[in-house]
Design a protein around this ligand. Structure first.
Ligand SMILES: CC(C)(COP(=O)(O)OP(=O)(O)OC[C@H]1O[C@@H](n2cnc3c(N)ncnc32)[C@H](O)[C@@H]1OP(=O)(O)O)[C@@H](O)C(=O)NCCC(=O)NCCS
Length: 181
């Protein structure tokens, strides 16, 4: 007998690149999520600049999105956001893993990000995924309404070398091909 999916969390999330058609929706979601939100123009600029930008959709609705800037030898995670109603389902971790894979594919050796010192959910996620705090920028973030400016933690994760080390520990060799699985 066929069963009907009644639980929204049981519907699979589909991941794809962010397109210009998504921008208004993503910017509206961004305004709900962040005190210092990116504008629609910021997202259009990111697409035009060729940044790796992705969305996760469920039932046709965008539930997660993020932007990764790729530079020579390193990548910077500029945005990683999950809709409030879709949190703690593993989507943030999944999107972060996709960006790490993209950065490795483009031969980045490290990936950086900045995060508010008070953003415990994000810091916990990043630490679990191998990021380490390497610096602190005082009063970096503008204040939330009624709040004060907030420091940023700069976090970093090694890429290529970790993969080589993991392969060596597993008894394998590294092909030197950044796109190699
Ligand atoms: C940070 C954020 C992206 C996490 O997304 P998420 O989909 O809820 O996270 P996941 O379900 O993938 O969680 C992965 C891990 O992160 C940690 N984590 C996530 N949310 C957490 C919370 N509220 N409290 C503590 N740890 C948390 C946990 O270690 C979790 O693993 P677990 O569920 O096995 O314990 C999401 O909370 C978000 O969009 N926040 C607002 C935007 C933001 O702050 N972005 C980061 C800016 S740098």
């Amino acid at each position: 007998m066929a069963t009907v999916l009644s639980n929204a969390t049981a519907v699979r999330v589909l991941w794809r690149p962010l397109t210009a058609d998504d921008v208004e929706t993503v910017a509206a979601l961004e305004a709900r999520i962040h005190a210092a939100a990116w504008t629609a123009g910021n997202f259009h600029d990111a697409i035009r600049a060729g940044y790796a930008a992705r969305v996760g959709t469920r039932g046709g609705r965008i539930v997660a999105y993020g932007v990764l800037m790729l530079g020579p030898g390193e990548a910077q995670l500029l945005n990683l956001s999950v809709a409030p109603e879709a949190r703690r389902e593993g989507l943030g971790r999944m999107l972060l893993a996709q960006f790490i894979e993209t950065a490795e594919h483009f031969a980045a050796e490290q990936i950086f990000l900045e995060v508010r010192v008070g953003n415990a959910p994000a810091i916990t996620l990043y630490e679990h995924e191998g990021f380490v705090a390497v610096a602190r920028r005082a009063s970096y973030y503008p204040p939330s309404p009624g709040g004060e400016r907030e420091d940023a933690l700069v976090m970093r994760r090694s890429l290529g070398r970790l993969r080589v080390a993991a392969r060596a520990a597993a008894g394998g060799t590294d092909s030197g091909d950044p796109a190699a699985p």
